[in-house]
Design a protein around this ligand. Structure first.
Ligand SMILES: Nc1nc2c(c(=O)[nH]1)N[C@H]1C(S)=C(S)[C@@H](COP(=O)(O)OP(=O)(O)OC[C@H]3O[C@@H](n4cnc5c(=O)[nH]c(N)nc54)[C@H](O)[C@@H]3O)O[C@H]1N2
Ligand SMILES: Nc1nc2c(c(=O)[nH]1)N[C@H]1C(S)=C(S)[C@@H](COP(=O)(O)OP(=O)(O)OC[C@H]3O[C@@H](n4cnc5c(=O)[nH]c(N)nc54)[C@H](O)[C@@H]3O)O[C@H]1N2
Ligand code: SF4
Ligand SMILES: [Mo]
Length: 701
């Protein structure tokens, strides 16, 4: 057994940053287990970590550049690939202008050190404002609120879950998702710990989720009514004289505007629309205000919906005016060792809407347009129409609203390049696929998620396996693309070099912070619990918190209209569809791991028994679901854990295409929920996709 080695690293799949211990004999992996010595995850992992070996060994994972030829694909050299990409992309930009080439960046970019470091240089080389990412089908409203209230999109506060006495979760299911915009591995244990110290966890969700089931209390809510609930809670705090700004009193502007904005939204005024009684809303608010510490955390269900912008603003307002912001047990700012706020100057808040998208005038934010606009920007003729596209670690055909329209759009492009590890529903449209290394072959450092983490830690993982000579890392591909777009030869910079600089320049200099220190501590380093530090995380010009930015106040008339149900819409589409996440997959890309894809097909339509009875439908039967933009058929699952009138479908599935090389995934294809979601449904304030609450009609197939 002497040739058995142990490697410690961080799992790069989701935001939870779990430390893992991998025992292996050469390339043969013997076990993947939690690393109890990791100071952040403290011995937690989920089933997906074990699949890291499947991705590593997957014979269908791409390793050499592919070029589309009539009837198939041919392998080409990196040199030939970059030469062709440079010539085609520069030619298209020369002919139609710089913005005729677009780019879409998917979720794995956020989990990849090299991409985090080199994407800004790629964008500069590209010189196009037609950029899109999965952020606008996800957490965009969090960044917009941080930008306007605190002066920077990355001034993100997270629940101090390890010390809070009261956790209010709105539209998040962290027991399954392992936390998002709140990196916190092992949520069941953390929830139990709150309860064991006498605290309470309340979940507000149209589904009695896995998190709701272990919470102290669950309240069903009608989809997309969360902003009304939050305003009624704020109304109640103010009316019942429970507001306390504590140390933020002296640096907070706009309370009077919040007060007058909330005046019309009493618990009585919103109760019917929200589906929670006025008495219950008051009780919830009083509990929240009376707890020694409390924090409201709202996530996907409250972001990817028609009022995502308002929801994230109001969540912060609730935390601030209840005296729970920048305070132990409340919402607090992490202080990461590699700090994305470090170079951000005060008074430079992102100007929202500096540009508007060409076709629908949707707002530009943080260098991007909303993903909901991508298909029309490709398909609508005119100056600045997108004619060519890069997709980098993204699968928008399955992940973006109305993915089927993107299929049509991608087919219409003059040229497309995908940087990906698989030939999948998106990359199949590319003319050239550039395959990156992944998982166990790469160095890992969480540039983003330490900024959203519930305690301050830091860790670097070197590659476990050396990549083959003929492979390239994502960052090497980006450098190749930069060079072929600009014609300037690659420089010698590496992610590690820039990471080391950032670590040395950061706040933990006294601890000798450097890449070498991290190499010497393979389990990671504990930098302590979150600390009150609001002053140093603010980037507003005047160093103050803006409680009531005008754009949010201006959006309130739209919310007021949501007090009334739209009877005509309900007659045509009686149900509201929401998404659900499953423990054994990550978004659209982990389905070729045979350890994850087994058992019976999990892609079902969940519906309450009262609805099923009324429609005379039974479990297992195939039903047809139709929205304003698409139609699918899938098996029905009757489940009283969902609110009547609401149905749920898993996200991330639908590997139906014939020619993609993902044969394990094709064994259990399911359907794509995004054949039903509508790219016309957005939160107009932020441009975020309104994936949840999609109106649908259901019938026996
Ligand atoms: N209806 C509905 N839609 C949703 C959601 C929902 O809840 N409901 N969730 C949304 C959310 S939160 C997100 S984040 C998005 C995700 O949207 P996307 O980011 O578009 O989707 P992913 O499945 O993450 O796609 C990742 C792609 O990167 C490739 N890949 C994986 N690892 C690597 C790597 O290391 N390097 C490279 N180059 N490629 C890699 C995969 O093969 C895959 O093609 O989906 C959104 N869509
Ligand atoms: N296993 C697994 N884990 C993952 C992922 C995965 O695909 N699989 N994806 C990762 C990614 S990219 C992300 S961004 C995170 C997301 O992490 P979470 O935010 O926890 O995401 P979801 O599990 O989609 O939880 C959203 C919840 O909102 C509820 N909901 C829907 N509509 C509404 C509404 O209108 N109001 C309210 N109050 N609730 C609503 C849904 O029922 C669901 O329980 O998960 C990450 N972790
Ligand atoms: S919770 Fe996320 S980071 Fe942890 S093992 Fe699972 S996929 Fe990896
Ligand atoms: Mo996400």
């Amino acid at each position: 057994m002497s040739d058995v080695q142990t490697h410690y690293r961080t799992c790069n799949i989701c935001e939870a940053m779990c430390g893992i211990e991998i025992r292996h004999r050469g390339e043969e992996i013997l076990s993947i287990k939690p690393d109890p010595a990791d100071p952040f995850s403290r011995g937690h992992i989920c089933p997906k970590a074990v699949a890291l070996q499947d991705f590593y060994h997957d014979p269908e994972r791409l390793k050499k550049p592919l070029r589309k030829i009539p009837g198939g694909w041919e392998e080409i050299s990196w040199k030939a690939a970059f030469a062709e990409i440079g010539a085609r992309m520069r030619g298209i930009q020369a002919e139609y202008g710089p913005h005729s080439v677009g780019a879409y960046m998917g979720n794995p970019n956020a989990h990849n050190l090299g991409n985090a470091i080199f994407l800004p240089q790629f964008f500069k080389a590209l010189g196009s404002k037609q950029r899109f990412s999965s952020a606008s089908a996800d957490q965009l409203p969090h960044h917009v609120a941080a930008n306007y209230m605190f002066g920077a999109g990355m001034s993100i506060s997270v629940p101090d879950i390890n010390r809070t006495d009261y956790l209010l979760i709105i539209g998040g299911n962290p027991v399954v998702s392992n936390g998002s915009m709140m990196s916190a591995a092992g949520m069941p244990g953390r929830i139990k710990a709150i309860q064991q110290r006498g605290g309470k966890v309340v979940v507000i969700d149209p589904r009695r989720t896995e998190t709701a089931k272990i919470a102290s209390e669950h309240l069903f809510i009608r989809p997309e009514k969360d902003a009304l609930l939050l305003l009624a809670m704020i109304h109640t705090l103010i009316a019942d004289d429970r507001v306390q700004l504590r140390h933020l009193q002296a640096i907070t502007d706009g309370f009077e505007q919040v007060k007058s904005a909330a005046a019309a939204f009493s618990p009585e005024a919103v109760a019917e629309a929200v589906g929670i009684s006025a008495g219950k809303i008051r009780q919830l608010t009083h509990e929240f205000a009376s707890a020694p510490s409390a924090v409201c955390y709202s996530r996907m269900g409250a972001s990817t919906q028609s009022f995502g912008g308002l929801c994230q603003w109001l969540t912060l307002v609730l935390n601030i005016i209840s005296g729970n912001f920048d305070r132990v047990g409340g919402a607090m700012f992490p202080q990461p060792a590699f700090d994305l706020l470090a170079g951000v100057k005060a008074g430079r808040a992102n100007s929202y809407g500096r540009y508007q998208s060409r076709v629908r005038q949707l707002p530009y934010f943080n260098g991007e347009f909303p993903i909901a606009a991508l298909a029309e920007e490709i398909l609508t003729p005119g100056a600045e129409q997108i004619r060519a596209l890069f997709t980098i670690a993204g699968n928008p055909v399955l992940s973006a609203p109305n993915g089927d329209r993107l299929t049509e759009a991608f087919a219409a492009l003059e040229f497309m390049v995908s940087v990906d590890i698989y030939l999948n529903e998106t990359s199949i449209h590319a003319d050239i696929i550039l395959p990156a290394t992944t998982g166990l072959e790469i160095a890992h450092f969480d540039v983003f998620f330490n900024s959203f983490a519930v305690s301050n830690t830091v860790k670097y993982s070197p590659p476990m396996f050396e990549k083959a000579d003929y492979q390239k890392h994502d960052w090497q591909i980006l450098k190749g693309l930069i060079s072929c777009l600009t014609g300037i030869a690659e420089d010698g910079s590496t992610p590690e070099l820039l990471l080391d600089q950032g670590l040395r320049a950061g706040r933990y200099q006294a601890q000798g912070m450097s890449l070498q220190l991290l190499l010497d501590n393979p389990h990671g380093i504990d930098l302590g619990p979150l600390q009150p530090c609001v002053a140093e995380r603010l980037r507003t010009a005047d160093g103050r918190i803006q409680l009531a930015p005008a754009m949010y106040l201006n959006d309130l008339p739209r919310l007021r209209a949501a007090l009334q149900d739209d009877a005509a819409l309900r007659a045509e589409f009686p149900f509201q569809m929401i998404s659900r996440r499953l423990v054994r997959n990550h978004n659209t890309w982990t389905h070729n791991a045979y350890r994850l894809i087994k058992g019976k097909n999990p892609v079902t339509l969940q519906m309450h028994s009262a609805d099923a009875q009324r429609l005379q439908l039974h479990t297992g039967q195939t039903v047809s679901v139709r929205s304003a933009s698409g139609q699918v058929q899938l098996p029905l699952e009757i489940d009283d854990d969902i609110l009547p009138g609401v149905v749920s479908i898993p996200q991330g599935w639908g590997h139906n295409q014939q020619d993609t090389a993902m044969t394990t995934a094709a064994r259990q294809p399911g359907i794509s929920i995004n054949s039903l979601t509508d790219d016309r449904r957005i939160d107009p304030l932020t441009g975020n996709a309104a994936l949840n609450g999609t109106p649908v009609v259901i019938a026996a197939a």
